[in-house]
Write a protein that binds this ligand. Sequence first.
Ligand SMILES: *[C@@H]1O[C@H](CO)[C@@H](O)[C@H](O)[C@H]1NC(C)=O
Ligand SMILES: *[C@@H]1O[C@H](CO)[C@@H](O)[C@H](O)[C@H]1NC(C)=O
Length: 295
Amino acid sequence: MFKPLLQPYAAPKDGTPQPLPISKSSKFVAIRDTLTLSTWLLLGGLLQGLALTALGPYTLVPTVLVLLYRTVDHLLMIYKITPNRYENGVINQKYTAQHPNASGNFTSLASESIVVFHLGARSNHPLGIFAPGMKKLADRAESMTKEMTADPVKYGLLGVSSYIKQDNPAGNEVMSIYYLRDYEALHAYAHGPLHLDTMRWWGEIAKDHTHIGIYHETYIVPKGGWENIYANCPPTGMGATFFPVSGEGEKGDGLVSGIVDARIPGLRSAAKRFGMKSKVLEEREKEAAELYHKY
Ligand SMILES: *[C@@H]1O[C@H](CO)[C@@H](O)[C@H](O)[C@H]1NC(C)=O
Ligand SMILES: *[C@@H]1O[C@H](CO)[C@@H](O)[C@H](O)[C@H]1NC(C)=O
């Protein structure tokens, strides 16, 4: 039996669904990614220059104060005088995400199949996220995620993490990775009112909005066919998934995080987390055994 590292979330007493306890993605990140770093700097330079010309050298005061505050704030963290804010929510050890059983106990490895769904969008347009149609697309995507995360048990959603690609200086793809209970849940959602309406909308606008790129990828991963390891990370990816548990116990119904302590022999290596039993793998791992046990 594996040791869970996070407390379960008890469902509300009034019978309403327990929403997924996930962090929201920041709109500022998408806005920042719309312009290159040099454009941001030039814009700042221009604004500062205009302010300087119109109002005189005092307009430098706020800029200097903010920069000074941030520099001091970060120096204090670097020299460990104040707590390192960047470690907030970080779990400072090695952990892995597993699937609990229906009463929230972790009894076996990768014990259920899961569905991993990548949903992406990009703007191939000089206006980036401000290009025609992008706001409508973003609003629809947000409504769908909101609907699913508000009632994860109904929609079979276990977790979702969002990312921005980084192969361009600006205007990269955004992608959300959804972890779901099974394909039936995903298919039911895709044929529900909100998604069908979005498909209808897309069908109408696609021809004259060729600058909007969208895609998805679906992976149906059989039980025993997935593994993961995290060290010194906040819950992310499969580590940020939550599983419904039925409460015979005093804790009641609710959601249980999949995160368990990975510092036990049975969870040390990837092959072990897959539950693979092979002499060849074991022999090879023996040579690196101390690496697996160092942290
Ligand atoms: C989950 O595992 C625990 C520990 O083995 C066991 O007591 C419990 O009955 C299991 N629950 C279900 C629903 O199988
Ligand atoms: C199963 O999980 C519940 C909730 O975390 C816990 O209270 C209980 O002790 C666990 N059962 C076993 C057999 O460890």
